[in-house]
Design a protein around this ligand. Structure first.
Ligand code: NAP
Length: 250
């Protein structure tokens, strides 16, 4: 899997799956633009990459704000001269049953996931089309298939699958692929927040989720990063418009 000397922008890379993905890119020789809401949130990931001998910069940007997204890509170009890979990983949850969900919580989740993925992809393709090379990897979820308490998140993650296939169709002729990973239960702060909302101990929720898989364990960020790197590789040029479920089962 080759990403050597490629420039990768990873959103929401201050922690969780995004941080692990950024580190795996760097380990494989890519130059990484670590994006999170603020530059301060990116510092730990950037430090870990540099300490391991990799190249990275940190940029603060809210992915649902067009001007901040433009500035993110401008910073990437200024530092590294090109953008080859975009990973639309940034995400939030605002779970509630439909009768209790507020308009604000619906808009917040759609804003970060769906609009954020659109704005970053739109900004990235401006640089990718002229260079006739690009890899866009979006984040869907098993929740795209429906999940109690997540009418906002499920709608966003299902929307991302449609967006992924459309970007694949529109951008394929320019050497740009667009694919999505759709993780199941992964050990991060996001699933810790879910346990807290449900009033469950984290270990209890993990054990219940593990039982639902074929491999009898929950996922860790490296499981998802591995799938992202596969889509991001030079060799994956004939794979586009796909959604890969990373869920330890069918
Ligand atoms: P996480 O640990 O909560 O990390 C998400 C990151 O995104 C955080 O660093 C967060 O910053 C950042 N972020 C939030 N809003 C942002 C914005 N507007 N602009 C830029 N960055 C923003 O979550 P995770 O579990 O690693 O999730 C990563 C992706 O995987 C998400 O798209 C999520 O929906 C998806 N996913 C996760 C699971 C799972 O089980 N964990 C399953 C399926 C899909 P703050 O900390 O400052 O908010």
């Amino acid at each position: 899997m080759t990403v050597l000397n490629r420039v990768a922008v990873v959103t929401g890379a201050g922690k969780g799956i995004g941080a692990e993905t950024a580190k795996q890119f760097a380990q494989n020789g890519a130059k990484v633009v670590v994006c999170d809401l603020t530059r301060e949130f990116t510092e730990q990931t950037v430090r870990e990459i540099r300490e391991a001998g990799g190249e990275a910069i940190g940029v603060g940007a809210d992915v649902q704000k067009g001007d901040q997204v433009e500035a993110l890509f401008a910073a990437a170009i200024e530092e590294f001269g090109r953008v080859d890979i975009l990973v639309n990983n940034a995400g939030i949850i605002r779970d509630n049953l439909v009768y209790k969900m507020t308009e604000e919580d619906f808009d917040a989740v759609l804003g970060v996931h769906l609009k954020g993925t659109f704005l970053c992809s739109q900004a990235a393709q401006k640089w990718m089309v002229p260079q006739k090379y690009g890899r866009i990897i979006n984040f869907s979820s098993t929740s795209a298939l429906g999940n109690r308490g997540q009418v906002n998140y499920a709608a966003a993650k299902a929307g991302i699958q449609g967006m992924t296939k459309t970007l694949a169709i529109e951008l394929g002729r320019y050497g740009i692929t667009c694919n999505a990973v759709a993780p199941g239960f992964i050990e991060t702060d996001m699933t810790k927040a879910t346990a807290a909302r449900m009033g469950l101990a984290y270990e209890e929720l993990k054990a219940a989720a593990a039982k639902e898989t074929a491999v009898l364990r929950v996922g860790v960020p490296a499981d998802v990063a591995n799938a992202v790197l596969f889509f991001a590789a030079d060799e994956s040029s004939f794979i586009t418009g796909q959604v890969l479920y990373v869920r330890g089962g069918v």
